[in-house]
Every structure is written in C-alpha cells, then in structure tokens.
Design a protein around this ligand. Sequence first.
Ligand code: NAI
Length: 702
Amino acid sequence: MAVRYDLHGEVAVLTLDNPPVNGMGLATRRELSAGLERALADAEVLAIVITGAGKLFSGGADIKEFGSDKAIAEPNLHSLIRQVEAATKPVVAAIHGSCMGGGLELSLACHYRVAAPGTQVALPEVKLGLLPGAGGTQRLPRVLYVETALNMIVSGEAVKSELLASLPGQKLFDQIVDGELVAGAAAFAAAKGREHAAGAALPRVRDLKARHANPDAYFQFVRNTVKAMAKHFPAPARCVDAVEAAVKRDIEAGLAYERELFMALMFTPESQALRHAFFAERAASRIADVPEDTPVRSVTRVGVVGAGTMGGGITMNFLNAGIPVTLLESKPEALERGVATIRRNYEAQVRKGKLKEDQYQQRLALLKTTLAYEDLRDADLIIEAVFEDMGVKEQVFRALDEVAKPGAILASNTSTLDLDRIAAFTKRPEDVVGLHFFSPANVMKLLEVVRGAQTAKDVLATVMQLAKKIRKTAVVSGVCDGFIGNRMIEQYARQAGFLLDEGCTPQQVDRAIEAFGFAMGPFRMGDLAGNDIGWAIRKRRAVEQPQLRYSKTADLLCERGRFGQKTGAGWYDYAPGRRDAIASPLVEEMVARHRAELGIAPRAIADDEIVHRLVYALVNEGARLLEEGIAGKASDIDMVYLTGYGFPLWRGGPMCYADGQGLFNVVQAMKAFARNPLDDAGFWTPAPLLARLAAEGRRFTA
Ligand code: NAI
C-alpha cells in the first residue's frame, strides 16, 4: 500500500506511505486518486486530509519515471491535481518535514494547507534543469508574492514554513500546527467541513490573482539577473517566463504554457546531464558486490600521518565533521608548519565570515599532534599522506601495522603507487584501502576510494559512509596507475601536447576547452598544479614504457625551471603575486622552435578539433577502465570528472557527453584523428568496449 486510508471521525486521512520520500510515482498516484474518490463518495466524510508517513510529506515526482510511460500514465500528476482541486469536500494538506516539487504542487491544489513548524518547502526542479511542471509556476505566485515565489522557483532552494507563515499578506499556509500534526489537521479539516456543509465556498488557489505593481520592469530586471547567473543553463530563464505568464495570463493559459516549457526543457541536453549527475552521485555510493546492509566499522577517532599539503587538508575534513584527529609527523618543524597552515586556513574562513570564532576553537580542540606512533593506538582509521615514495610508505605502513589496534582501517592517499604492494607491508591487507583526496583536500568534493585486491567489504562500506559524513563524493576505483581520474587525464594531457606540436599555442588550446566549459584548460591547470609533477611521472614512464610517445614541449618547459605559478612562470608568465595567466612569447618561441626541429609545418587547428581530441582521449581511456573493471560504472567516471576535474556539469561528464554525441560518431571522429600522420594512430584505436557499443548502437550510461 502506497497510500493509507483512515477515518478520524468525519475526516478521511489519506497518508502517502511510499518510503523513502513518499515520491509521487504511478502506484502512489493511483491509490491517492482512489482514496479521494472513496472519501468523496462516503456521505459520512465531511473533509479530507492528505499527509505523509515517516519524516516528510513528499519529496515530489518520482524522477526515475521521467521520460517513461509511467510518468504520463493516468492518473498523471496533472489529472491527480485537477481531481484534488475539483473535490467537492474540503481537502487539507498536512505538511511536515519537507515538501518538495510535485509534493508542493499537489498541496497547492488542496483547498487548505497546514504545516508543522520547521517544514522545508521547495520547488527544486531547476536543479535538474527543469521547471515545476505540475502547476507550481502558476499556483505558487498566486499564494505568495510574485517575488517570493519566483525566488523559490529560480533558486530551487528550500524555505522554512515559519518564514513563509510570517510574511504578511502571503498565505501558503492557513495554519502552523504546533502539536500533533494529523490530529491538528483533522480538527481544522472537520471545522472547514462543517462550514462547507453550511454553505461556505471552497477556496481554490487557481481563483486567486498573481499580482505585481510593475511587471514589465520587474521581469526585465529578473531576466538580466538570471542571464548573468545561469549562462549555460536554460531552465532559470524559462522559470521566469512561466512565472510571468502567471501574472499576465489566465490560469488555464498559464498552465498550458508551463507544460510547453517543461516538455521543451525535459529534452535539453542540460537537463539530461543534470539528471544523469543526480543519479550518478547516488549510484556512486553503491558497490555492486557490497550489499547495502553490510555492517560498518565505527570510526570515532582518526589518525593522519604526514602534515604536508595533503595531510593538513585531510585533517581539516574530519575536524569539520566533529571527528577528533591525531596528526603525526616525523619532525617537529614539519608538524609546526602543518598546524600553522591549518590555523591559517581556518582564520581566513573566520575573516571571511564563513566560520565563527567559537566553531574554529571547537575544531582546533579536536586536533592532537604527535611524533610518536604509539599515539595512534586508539585510532579507528589512519590515513597516510607522506612523500610519494614506496620506501617511505613501507616504513610508515610497517610502523602502523605494529601499533594500530585490530580492526583499524589503514588508508593511503597515494596518487600513483600500487596499493596492493602497500597493503603487503602489513599483516592485514584486508584492512588497507586507498583514500585518494584531491588538492586542496579540504575543498575538493572528490574522493577516489581505491579498492585493493584484498580490501574487505566492510572496510569499503565504512569508508563510503564516512565519505558522506565529511561531505565528499566517493567513487570506487580499482588499483592501477593513476586510478580513474589521473589515468584518463594523462591521455588528455598527451593530446594537448600533440596539439602544440602540430600548430596550437597553449592559450589557444586552453581557450577552446574552457569555451567548451572546463573550469581550466590543460596548460593553466599544469601551471596551477605544478608542471614538475608530470615531469617526474614522464621520467618514470620513460623507463617503464619507453615506446610511449609524448610531446617534448612539457619537458623543455621544465628544463627551463618553468614549473608554473609557484615559480612565477610556466606555460604562461605571471606578474609577481598574481595568478592571471599572461601569454608568454618565450614559450611560443620554444614551442615553434621544437616544431621546426621536428620538421612540422604548423597548421591552423579548429577549436572543434581541439575539444574533440581532448575529450575523446578521456572517453577512450574511460572505456578501457570500464572494460578492465577499474571503474564499476560509466556514471562513476562522470562523477570523478564532474567533482574532481572541472568537467562542465551541463555536459554530464565525459561518458554522458560521448553518449549524447552518439558513440558511432565518436568512433568516426577517432578514425579521422588516426589518419593525421602527426597524431599517434595507436592512440586512436577505439577501446574494444567503445567499438562494440558503437557498433551495436548502444550507450555507456543508462
Ligand atoms: P608533502 O611533501 O606536502 O607532505 C608530505 C609530508 O609527509 C611532509 O610534511 C613530511 O614531513 C611528512 N613525512 C614524510 N615522511 C614521513 C614519515 N615517515 N612519517 C611522518 N611524516 C612523514 O606531500 P603531499 O603533496 O601532501 O603528498 C602526500 C601524499 O599525497 C603523496 O602520496 C601524494 O602522492 C599524495 N597526493 C598529493 C596530491 C597533491 O596534489 N599534492 C593529491 C593527491 C594525493
């Protein structure tokens, strides 16, 4: 049963009971519709209450149904809303917890709404690239001021019921019920039922007017603001159009227009990408062979080894979540430096008003420092973030194995080393896992969870749950060089180098990919992260895989000491103390000379070619990762790129983007790149999985 039917005296109470969020899927709609009919047909029933079971009223439409026959099957949300609105007995929505999207739209069709204090109300459709398509844009501005309603619709943010109830002249709620909600709502409904039986008319939101004193000027102003804020997203501007219709047209015309806009948005690539990202984030926390009810280990105290760039940031994540940390270093100076950086970061937040002084002090009080491994005895999780050197990692893991308590999770933040070798330094490889944070670790959302050959399932379940607590998006990766993110970015960087050899400047490549939507192009990124990191990796590769081709330009740059912002010069020049990238004549000359040495005549390369060579380099490597089982799902790869590498959200990640282009077309483009004698033909051999999916007309993502 998705909807319960109970009688409270003369009031029928219909309770949405469809965990976890009382979503308005087809079964719920059918049962609610049947419940309404039954209550209306029962002469003993004076009034009807619709409420939600559990923690909330309703999270809204079931977005899994979007685009499927179920979404339009009768009764769809529209017909259900019309049925409620046309009811001949008072219908009262009794709202608590949260009331979102379609749930709020349903309640706006009710004759009355009562709410429990602290209820969160929102129309969050815009966050999925949509607008409220079941009357929300037409009815909300009829009960709230147009400005209040529009702010909610365009931002998608939740507003508390008390705040809405306190706004004079705005009547989303008829009553805030302090005591037991259903009892209060039933009493309210019974009173309204009696008034109605005595001849009082039923108030309907559709009969109200949405008014604004100066609509033309107001909507023009809002349009300008929205345009500046939502450059790549069409939905906010369509929300404005729909609310304007609520002011300027009658309700039926407004509803029809809202529907038209909704359907158009539903098929935009932006909305498809946002919905993909929404599901991808949830899917990332599920691991195919780790059941959701796997018991987790308790983590109440964390140890961090190494107080450098990463160790400090990692520590802050746990302090921010209220989890005590013991930070270990090898030398007192390093420890002092690390703690000073943590303090400086917090103090900057206090100065900017993002953190209160007492919160800062509370967080700092959770931090202990030490030079002795014995002090990590009581830690439930210990994360190593020392130098990227197998010898040093070995020392650390052998020491941890000596002191850590049984069942403690031992994690490494290594970005390139073999986790299984690290695990083998201990007598408990099943307790070892990789936790690959991204820099700055207290800011970046992404956490790659590296699953070793022997990592225990409950260790994985524990760290996935912990990731949520410290507000990270965790994605599981198998063991390989670079894991998911860096293994793919290496192919992207190789293509960027070949583009220089063939005729591009660094700024042309960066501009093209930034116009595509990346937060930063490969060369600006290199300057920010430090070009010496890639240099060290290439030196290692030259020994391991001497046949692997690279453009030499990045090495030439490093040989000149141009490591990036930290040395004041890299692919670009930097004015002292500034981060703005200034095109460097010296680098252009260096690239041109190298090209001449290779005997290459430069050619003009179109932005489109630049973008597709870079992005398809990611896609092809992504396909290999899937095939090798390093990545569990294509959507995991997209999550890595959206949260860790600045891939444009409105394109949904590299695999989603490739699907949108059509995998057949992706393979055709790769074949064309392979015909370029200056590119690496082997590079463009489609990964077998990509070739197969393309031939079968299938996609990477669902
Ligand atoms: P870092 O050089 O800033 O910090 C390393 C710290 O470890 C230093 O403070 C050093 O004193 C300390 N240390 C060295 N040996 C130690 C030992 N035996 N016991 C205790 N402390 C010791 O290095 P960073 O950048 O923080 O990197 C640390 C790890 O994180 C490496 O494995 C690196 O690959 C990984 N990583 C680095 C990222 C970055 O962007 N910097 C990103 C993701 C991972």
